[in-house]
Write a protein that binds this ligand. Sequence first.
Ligand code: ARG
Length: 587
Amino acid sequence: MASVREILSEMCSEAFAALGYEGASGAVSVSDAQQPSDYQCNDALRLAKSAQRKPRDIAEEVAAHLNGAQDIAEVSIGGPGFLNFRLSDAFLTGHLAECLKDERLGLEKAAKPETIVLDFGGPNIAKPMHVGHLRSAVIGECLKRLLRFQGHEVVGDIHMGDWGKQMGMLIYGLEQRSPDLPYFDANQTHDYPSKAPVTISDLEEVYPRIAAACGEDETVDAAAIQATAELQSGRPGYRALWQHFVDLSIAEMKRDFGSLGVTFDLWYGESRYQEELAGLVTGMKDAGVAEVSDGAVIVRFDETKNKELTSPLVIQKSDGSFLYGTTDLATLRERLTEMNADRVLYVVDQRQGLHFKQVFDAARRWGIAAEKELVHVGFGTVNGTDGKPFKTRAGGVMKLRDMIDLLNQEAHERLSERFDASDDPAHREEIAEMVGVGALKFADLQHDRSQNYIFDLKKFVSFEGKTGPYLQYTAVRIKSLLEKANAFRPNPNDLNPLTDEERALMVHATTLNLAVDEASRQYAPHVLCKYVFEMAQKFNTIYQKHPVLDGDALHPNGEARLALAALCLAHITLVLDLLGIEIPARM
Ligand code: ARG
């Protein structure tokens, strides 16, 4: 369906053309809340110079033309020559009724669907996931849903860190702890136990200890580097042990991401590309993109062309090892050439900005990225009240799992005030989880992703204010209203703007397409959050003043308000689904 903006825009361009004005853009935007109009167009101001007329005169001419020719909107002039549109009630309600009958609420799919690879999550094997991974997962999941909704084919890849030095550190750390395990016997080359010799908590305990030791003691560090090199060159016992680490970690990740409702299509990791790295480096040298410098192989950038590229990208160190960027180039090559992606998005901490600029620039010069769109969708950090990255009370990194548990507990407490003792505890638990996770996700998504924000448990789980639970609760309330009013099925054709507030809600509902477009163009979930929060607020204000049901009967005007409730619920449901937030059965 054409959106209101498109309809008005076409109308404007036609009017300008009919009156002999060349080059009108027809750009129509939503008026801000202070304006008496719903939408507006600035073309008269834009054309005044070339037409050598006063903008107001042009606007008046166009307004007169439009007012005689259509009954969609009343056109007036504002300021120096804005065309202001106030939608007619008949058009407004008719348009929304049509949207409400459509399961996509009238939103069109992209004219040119693309294949998009979405790199998000990015956890590292055997290192506990932390809040940085939370942001990537939550934002990435939302973008995946949003871009799919728009008709793109989106492939989500977790791109695990499963090959770096931390693997050698773990192997060495474990060897120190249990040297008798068959994996460390250099003479044994097969027949390793199928059951892992450690649990994930063992790994989580070994890792920080050995990481600290590497920092303090050069011999430990050298041993970890040696173990990494042996793993990478294929020592069978180390490979077998590594496979256990990977399997254990993946099970853990599936659990944590699962409770956040985050899923991936591909579970590829950095290790997938190791065999090709040597060839890649040679290829880039042959192509003249990379060069040898002090024994290392590097890609130099022309700082005069792009002043952000301040340092070269090392793709092979002088000791022969490959780096993060080498793997990223190999991964990108697979995505662009074998998976035929038109676009590749990386939802990764913005502190890795330089890395992605280097990788993208190197890929373009290498010739694998012509006409492809490569975007680093960066995000800020989650901070504590001290303004520094969020830590546990003990000062350590807050694990993702603990964070989820914290939220769920808080939600549980809030809900226990609302539920009575007869409630099934399992059911209550399930709802608390939906509310806790919804609170966490909304708190993250509602911030402009490039900004840092402060972790504030109580605020996130509050049932009031711009929170997940507020939206979930609004949806639950509307659902229960519609259930109670079941005898009077809401009919989209009953929509009727009885008060200014109801009309404002309806006009807001005509802008869903704008929010969805902007959110996907800018990779900005917070735009959807703002849209849906405003919708819920508007509804709650109306509902407080104008109850719909009077016992079993409808209040006067109940039909119109029931239809409005259905409209509002449909919008909240659609947007929360794009955000990846579930609506509980009750709250
Ligand atoms: N594992 C990395 C980290 O924890 C994130 C990976 C992001 N994706 C990529 N293709 N580099 O920082």
